[in-house]
Design a protein around this ligand. Sequence first.
Ligand code: 13P
Length: 340
Amino acid sequence: MSAQELETIARAMVARGKGILAIDESLPTIKKRFDSIAVESTEDNRRAYRDLLITNPGGNEYISGMILFDETIRQSTAEGMPFPQTLIRQGIMPGIKVDTGAKDLAGHPDEKITEGLDGLRERLAEYKKLGARFAKWRAVITIGDGIPSTACIEANAHALARYAALCQEAGLVPIVEPEVLMDADNTIERCYVVTEITLKTVFNVLFHQGVTTEHTILKTNMVISGKKCKTQAGVHEVADQTVRCLLNTVPAALPGIVFLSGGQSAEIATVHLNAMNMKYKNLPWPLSFSYGRALQDPCLKAWAGKKENITAAQRALLHREKCNSLACLGQYSADMEKAA
Ligand code: 13P
């Protein structure tokens, strides 16, 4: 694959008004999601649910790519068409989560290191054959008493950079995802500081490992108050602090930045993205979305594991996709939720 082709994929992932739908929940995570609607996490149920997400009529107007899980990239629609080909036919690029999860970081209580580098070259070659155009690796940075440590940030940045270099070698665009978690009681200011050092470290190590910026997509958290913080920063502050942090850390040559939702409600995740794109029109990169929960939650609830709910579930998903597509252009309005 030529450098030009990789850049074309990266730019298409963040095409105007389009974003990425993350449906790459690991087995423990999808079990948690299914528990919330009292559906058993069997392979059949997981296939049926991903089928409705992947075949949603009209989704290709708003969605450039979907991130699949190892099990999902090997599954097929009810009619027997493999999921990756089903996506490609609709003009949606299949992506694949390739890390094997965040494990305890030795010697650093409450901190995680993401694993999955062993055998990654061979796995990437297989995923490419199965139709993947891009990949994702998520690192987790936890805010707490005296953490994150430099050791945690550096070890995760190093793993992200080695993963990204292997992806580019294999002809896949890496989504580099260092997620500063929003679960603690920290202020937005602390989130800013931790996100800034994390992103500075990540881009420094990406450079040292020879990862080309033009063929990389950043997936990051917004700069936001911790969920348990008593004072919650408002929409404009989140937008301003997030954009300031990105301008201070992300190279202009990067084709695009997508946000994770990280536990924000579906609507707030849209409102925040919209605020950034409404206020900041001339940024070096498009700001888009790669939400999991914030796109899927209303759809998952509407589905509730029942065949007769598939149409309603797909409508709920399409609505969130459309709202977020408009948020990429700064054209979303809360009225859209009333009409839904
Ligand atoms: P959330 O949007 O639910 O945070 O998930 C996005 C994702 O892919 C995290 O890796």
